[in-house]
Design a binder for this molecule. Structure first.
Ligand code: DGY
Length: 323
């Protein structure tokens, strides 16, 4: 009898995902969802053919070198900066991710952050709860308009484009900066104009970051970039911590270099730069960009499908390091 491949699922997933994997594999699953330390993860990977993991699992060269049997790493995320992909390729490990299924949910959250920061939703909500609303006044808690404003999107991939589609209902002007310019018909459909990074920062009322994290995008938004933004501008980061220099952003928000920020991701999350917690002009959410029931189920199932295809010797649908 041919033995089934042995797989490790490092964090809790939906039951239907475990059931699907169990049809094809011997599954060890961490349904208690207590994150493994690097050492625990390495030990559990001994003798495993595949790993289904999340962005909280770090798979660096040293760890990978100890996983001599591993053939597949299926990340339940579109971003895969938690994995040393070059080291995987060198070891013949296939890496997969979950693009596409989360574009709209992530774009929705970026929009939610933009609207909440512009209209000070969480700031005033806290004041109401503290009993500090004594009545309507004309000049009370004035925000800024999202409609007809200029939005700069840095990173015009699938999620960037989903954000741009949403601006059409708000009559916004859209600028974007991307390594490669998108096709003219997409620009036309989205009403989006390509410009340089510097130009985008100088002209935008809102800036949304949608680039993946890498050594090239590390601290893309630093003190110098923040100083280029309009004093009334609002920065939204719903992509990855580390794309923004959090210390520089705290300083910029304190000093009024920019008006406000909406942040779903942070350097060193779940730890936050303590400065953010003292500021009124920042809306904070805990990396929930893709977190809707439908989308998270779709991401986990997409990761399972990738894994089984790769284990069966097929080309996995979302293979990030064809080798
Ligand atoms: C992703 O898919 O990269 C998201 O950040 C996970 O929620």
């Amino acid at each position: 009898m041919i033995s089934k491949p042995r797989v490790l699922v490092s964090r809790q997933v939906f039951d239907e995902v475990i059931d699907y994997l169990a049809e094809h594999c011997e599954v060890e699953a961490n349904q208690d969802d207590i994150p493994f330390s690097v050492e625990q993860l390495t030990q559990r990977l001994e003798g495993k053919d595949a790993l289904m993991c999340s962005l909280t699992d770090r798979l660096d060269t040293a760890t990978l070198q100890r996983c001599t049997r591993l053939k597949v790493i299926s990340n339940i995320a579109v971003g895969y900066n938690n994995i040393d992909v070059a080291a995987c390729s060198a070891q013949g490990i296939k890496v997969t991710n979950t693009p596409g299924v989360l574009d709209d949910s992530t774009a929705d959250l970026a929009f939610a952050l933009m609207l909440s920061t512009a209209r000070r939703v969480t700031e005033v909500e806290a004041l109401i709860r503290q009993g500090q609303w004594t009545g309507w006044r004309l000049q009370q808690w004035l925000g800024v308009d999202v409609h007809h404003a200029t939005l700069g999107i840095i990173g015009m991939g699938r999620i960037g484009q989903a954000i741009a589609r949403r601006t059409l209902g708000f009559d916004m002007n859209v600028l974007y900066h991307n390594r490669n310019r998108v096709a003219p018909e997409i620009e036309r459909k989205l009403g989006a104009a390509h410009c340089s990074f510097e130009d985008l920062l100088k002209r935008s009322d809102f800036v949304i970051l949608q680039v993946p994290y890498s050594s090239h995008t590390h601290h893309l938004i630093n003190a110098k970039a923040l100083a280029m933004m309009k004093p009334g501008a609002i920065l939204i980061n719903s992509t990855r911590g580390g794309v923004v220099d959090d210390a520089a952003l705290v300083h910029a928000l304190e000093a009024g270099v920019i008006r406000a920020a909406g942040l779903d991701v942070f350097e060193n999350e779940p730890k936050l730069h303590p400065g953010f917690l003292k500021l009124q002009n920042v809306v904070l959410t805990p990396h929930i960009g893709s977190s809707t029931e439908t989308t998270r189920r779709a991401m986990a199932m997409c990761a399972a499908t990738n894994m089984i295809a790769a284990l069966n010797g097929q080309v996995p649908p979302n293979w990030v390091n064809p080798i």
